[in-house]
Design a protein around this ligand. Structure first.
Ligand code: ASP
Length: 716
């Protein structure tokens, strides 16, 4: 019986590598690995309809939005839809207490009213190519890892340079399977992207943190932008003369809705996953890294939420920041639960056992893989120690109080000047002034002081003495929180923009140089120096060693699984995930339906709770039942779930049906499946999608911006 159980566990584990619903697949390999199965699941188009270098295909309508989201083009005039949370930073940047687009929403009623977004880019892929051979050219036979890496990097530079065609394109080469494969990605980069519409946060963020990563969900997580190009339809910087971009392809929108079992495909830019890490690392994530980071973020969030609640200006200032902090904070909690429920560490151990047996049978154990495993043991012992320190510095200092981020900028300016490049200093000073201005715009001093005084002591109390500079420990031990604020924070010139600006713009290098004696800059420098000497070099070396060992281990897994489709970890490049519309059973006796409706929003309505305060206009529409064409059985559908393997970065991705028509916009995953970055569970992992008809309903009935629908192709 025991033996049977062990064998069936092994089987489940190997089969989970093959499950159709698991995986983020490379679009140019669909023909080889996936299309047959996709057809079996109901997909009606070809692999070329998804990705074709020579003809217009879906890939021409999928964009990398900003630094880490996906968006899709939905009209011949470059109209683009992504998530509300992806556009939030831009929506926030146009908002003030007088013009509060976060509370009121924003709708351009004509193209002239669309708002420019400095720094926002949209990338559209021209082509991708397997360049493994070219990248590894000249490395065969090299024994030394460093030498090999040098050759690889120089090959990559050459490939990128050639592909960029003198700056016409942005080209990057990224490793897959820990460097067992390399792909080249070539993009057009658009820099004139304008805000077209966004619902109020009471719709776009409905449910807030309480509902984030949860099902049932009722969030209208979408926003609209438009890509502009020059008169020749080429990417260009912002100009009034630019015109809406004419894409090679845009997504028609299905008004037919979804049924359980329907085929779904998510096409986007998943950010990062760790599907192949060994048991030791899973253990560190579950028992150390996630708990450490959650604990520190608990403190940050308490302080920030408290301030946001008290002051509407602070609520606007911290909207995007708090979103970022709380998003991972909550995901880490779900991840711990999911990995524990799956018994992930033991399942990984089982797989490692299977791998070892395979290696022994194939005569590769003694000479190759025995060392891989003993190396892992040694490296992870070190890694757990140093990554703890690194996590603490990251959470309490580098991403702690904003005053540290200003100190970072001043400190690097001072070093720049000290290094004797005075002639370039003026430019550098100007950039520093503007970037500090941006930090201060979204910072409230009273809140920041509290963060500073709360987080710094954590570094001292939770880390071994040798990891914190002596002087910092003395300071924290000498002063209580109030005094830390009075004697350090408030003695700093960093939050007084006028004074600081006067010093910086005086151009007096001596005066600027003296800023390094500012109490917070000085504190920052002590911490930075200590980190750079006592911590960073160790983390870097261990991470490099682990990566090199992972490359060998991964090569082994690939050999062991030869002939079976294997997907590589996400790395913010274009991928396809396919599955079907389905609900799930989160626990014994509970079944979740696959969709939610406006009725559920009314049920959650509670003006007392910020996250559930439904706008009056939406309530009026609900009561009048003026739902237009956007109904299922008399109710407006809001969100639905499907079994596509997604992660961060897939936010905003198009979700299409068997005909390739847009049925929704991906925005989240369900709580029970948040561990899918490390281990996927086909029973529990569901992605959450806003039904495109809810977005259209909001645009049309709620915002009165129905004219935008005229440029879309609605398939009834
Ligand atoms: N809401 C998620 C995010 O933070 C999307 C996901 O991870 O599924 O990006």
């Amino acid at each position: 019986m025991k033996k049977f159980f062990a064998i069936s566990c092994l089987l489940i584990l190997s089969i989970s590598f093959l499950l159709a619903k698991e995986g983020m697949w490379i679009p140019i390999l669909l023909e080889k690995y996936n299309i047959e199965e996709m057809h079996e699941m109901g997909f009606k188009l070809t692999a070329q309809d998804i990705f074709d270098v020579n003809n217009a295909s879906m890939k021409d309508a999928v964009v990398l939005f900003g630094g880490g989201c996906t968006g899709e083009i939905i009209s011949e005039n470059g109209l683009l839809i992504t998530n509300y949370h992806c556009g939030l930073r831009n929506i926030q940047s146009h908002s003030s207490v007088e013009n509060d687009y976060l509370t009121e929403g924003f709708w351009a009623m004509s193209k002239e009213e669309e708002l420019q977004n400095r720094g926002l880019t949209v990338k559209i892929m021209e082509f991708m190519e397997d360049v493994t051979e070219k990248v590894l050219e000249g490395t065969y036979g090299l024994e030394n890892d460093e030498e090999t890496e040098k050759v690889i990097q120089s090959n990559i530079q050459k490939i990128r340079k050639e592909a960029s065609e003198d700056g016409k394109y942005e080209a990057s080469v990224k490793p897959l399977f820990y460097g067992n494969q390399y792909f080249l990605y070539v993009y057009k980069v658009f820099r004139d992207i304008r805000l077209v519409g966004a619902p109020p946060s009471s719709i776009g963020k409905f449910g807030g943190d309480t509902d984030n990563w949860m099902w049932p969900r009722h969030t209208g997580d979408f926003s609209l932008f438009r890509i502009y190009a020059d008169k020749n339809n080429k990417p260009a910087s912002y100009s009034e003369d630019n015109v809406p971009y004419k894409p090679k392809k845009y997504f028609p929108i299905s008004m037919k809705g979804v049924q359980p079992g329907d085929f779904t495909m998510v096409f986007g830019f998943p950010g990062s996953t760790m599907q192949y890490i060994p048991s030791r690392e899973v253990d560190i994530v579950v028992n150390q890294r996630n708990p450490d980071r959650i604990n520190i973020r608990d403190k940050k969030l308490d302080i920030i939420y408290d301030s946001m609640e008290k002051d509407p200006a602070v609520r606007i200032q911290y909207a995007s920041k708090v979103n970022g902090i709380s998003n991972s904070w909550k995901r880490w909690q779900g991840e711990i639960k999911g990995l524990k429920r799956l018994d992930a560490v033991n399942r990984k151990l089982e797989f490692e056992k299977e791998f070892k047996e395979w290696a022994k049978e194939n005569g590769a154990w003694e000479n190759k893989y025995k060392k891989v495993f003993s190396d892992f043991d040694g490296y992870y012992n070190q890694y757990s120690k140093y990554i703890k320190v690194s996590d603490f510095y990251s959470e309490t200092v580098w991403r702690g109080a904003d005053i540290f981020s200003i100190a970072t900028q001043i400190s690097s300016l001072v070093s720049f000047i000290e290094n004797g490049r005075e002639e370039d200093a003026i430019n550098r000073i100007n950039r520093t002034v503007s970037s500090i201005g941006n930090t201060l715009k979204d910072m409230d001093q009273a809140t920041d002081e509290k963060l500073f005084a709360e987080l710094l002591p954590v570094l001292v109390s939770d880390l071994e003495n040798k990891y914190v500079p002596e002087k910092v420990r003395q300071l924290v031990n000498k002063f209580d929180k109030d005094k830390l604020i009075k004697k350090v924070y408030r003695k700093s010139v960093l939050t007084d923009m006028n004074k600081l600006k006067a010093i910086l713009e005086s151009g007096n290098m001596k005066k600027i140089g003296k800023l390094k004696n500012d109490p917070v800059v000085n504190l920052y420098r002590l911490l930075r120096e200590h980190y750079e000497i006592e911590i960073r070099p160790f983390v870097t070396v261990i991470e490099k060693d682990i990566k090199a060992t992972m490359k060998k281990y991964m090569a082994g897994i690939m050999e062991m699984k030869k002939g079976q489709p294997l997907y590589s970890d996400a790395n913010l490049t274009l991928r396809v995930a396919y599955g079907k519309v389905e609900g799930y059973n989160p626990k014994d006796g509970v079944t979740y339906n696959y969709y939610t409706t406006l009725k559920g929003i009314m049920e959650k309505d509670n003006p007392e709770i910020y996250d559930y305060d439904v706008p009056d206009v939406l309530k009026e529409i609900y009561n009048s039942k003026d739902f237009g064409d956007y109904t299922v059985d008399g109710e407006v559908p809001v969100c639905f779930t499907a079994s596509n393997h997604t992660t961060g970065g897939n936010s905003g991705s198009p979700v299409v049906n068997a005909d390739g028509y847009l049925i929704g916009v991906n925005f989240d995953r369900c709580w029970e499946g948040t561990m899918s970055d490390i281990m996927f569970d086909p029973d529990q992992c569901r992605n959450i999608i806003i039904d495109i008809r809810y977005a259209l309903f909001i645009i049309d009935k709620f915002a009165g911006a129905g004219y935008l629908l005229d440029e879309m192709e609605l398939i009834k």
